[in-house]
Design a protein around this ligand. Structure first.
Ligand code: AMP
Length: 360
């Protein structure tokens, strides 16, 4: 076993990959449409025949490199694969199903497919279909005209809509399909017309806390926890993704402070911004921002605020976001707890699981 202080990605780099357990024959994979692509990788949908001893064909997501990828990008994806094998299975993470690593073809990491895409886009699509409870959903007209929540300090918030390029800027990824494309094609179960309720929002928050409790117990620091990295699967199950590739953004000097867009500043704890310190406690800070995203139905954090040095120093001086439109006082207090200036004072994921479980 390895010492706890060594980050998981550095530990895993040196670990072997158990091909007998994970290797999947490329011929049994039929690649389909693209789900997302970015600076150093792409995700495509695929059909896998006989994966995980299944006698049938299963829809999966395949992570691979783009054409012309460098050796260090190859190594990063291989490290992500090793991290995934090391971490193990949990309902609330995007689980590894297999991999194609043999020479003579591209490196492919096969993970669970999440039908409804990322939580940020999904919540935005529900802005006219939010209700306090299922009963209200049956008897009331959808609520219209939402205001973006503002800031505790500072000027009047701007009502700016979030563009997909902006929301994916930090992960370097963008989606190929808008949700409306998906709606037309794949809404056979009517899921996109279903309203969502307060219970759903608390359930998503609870599930992410559970997934993070698991990842942190496995010594995994996510470093890019945000609604764009939470995927929605069937039965309202949410799963944390990108807990392997994300950290390479920080190891690769190209992604550090090269214009603020590469850094997920709005999600970062002050100690990460100023001292490049990442820990489970900085993940807890990001989780607070993720809660804000959930309870604003996919709003862009710090609406109308320029991401610059002034923002960073105001954050250090104690500036925090105001409560988002759909949060309750209890939920907002959880956010403020996650945004405690002192990392040690922020709650542990186990405590967040308990609190949200009670609210649920
Ligand atoms: P990522 O490379 O993980 O940042 O993915 C970029 C986008 O592709 C995500 O925001 C999702 O919308 C989509 N995507 C990634 N992984 C999956 C998956 N396992 N299932 C469904 N969609 C995915």
């Amino acid at each position: 076993s390895m010492p706890d202080e060594v980050p998981l990605d550095e530990q895993c780099e040196r670990l072997p990959y158990d091909a007998s357990k994970w290797e999947f024959a490329r011929e049994r994979l039929k690649l389909g449409k693209s789900l997302g692509r970015g600076a150093f990788g792409k995700v495509v949908q695929a059909s896998a025949f006989g994966i995980k001893k299944s006698p049938t064909c299963r829809t999966v997501a395949v992570k691979m490199l783009k054409e012309g990828a460098t050796a260090s990008e190859y190594k990063a994806l291989m490290t992500e694969l090793k991290i995934l094998t090391h971490i193990g299975h949990h309902l609330n993470v995007v689980n590894l199903l297999g991999a194609c690593t043999k020479q003579g073809g591209p490196l492919m990491v096969i993970v669970e497919y999440c039908k409804y895409g990322n939580l940020s886009n999904y919540l935005k699509s529900k802005r006219d279909l939010f209700f306090l409870n299922k009963d209200a959903a049956l008897h009331m007209e959808p609520k219209k005209e939402k205001m973006e929540p503002g800031l505790e300090q500072g000027k009047k918030p701007r009502l700016d809509s979030v563009t997909s390029s902006e929301s994916f800027a930090s992960s370097g990824f963008q989606e190929d399909k808008s949700l409306s494309d998906v709606e037309e094609e794949e809404d056979s179960d009517g899921f996109y017309k279903e309203p969502i309720t307060m219970e759903d929002l608390i359930s998503y928050s609870f599930q992410v806390a559970r997934g993070m409790e698991f990842l942190s117990s496995r010594k995994c620091i996510h470093r890019d926890l945000a609604a764009r990295n939470i995927l929605l699967s069937e039965n309202n199950v949410v799963k944390i993704c990108d807990f392997g590739l994300a950290r390479d953004i920080y190891k690769n000097p190209d992604y550090v402070r090269k214009g603020d867009t590469r850094l997920p500043l709005k999600w970062m704890a002050p100690e990460s911004i100023f001292d490049k310190i990442y820990s489970t406690k900085s993940d807890v800070w990001s989780y607070g921002v993720l809660l804000w995203e959930i309870f604003s139905l996919g709003g862009s954090p710090y609406p109308g605020v320029q991401m610059d040095e002034d923002f960073c120093s105001r954050l250090r001086e104690g500036m925090r976001m105001r409560a988002p439109e759909y949060s309750t006082p209890e939920i907002y207090q959880i956010m403020l707890d996650c945004w405690h200036r002192d990392p040690k004072e922020r709650p542990r994921f186990a405590e967040l699981v308990e609190k949200l479980g009670d609210l649920l």
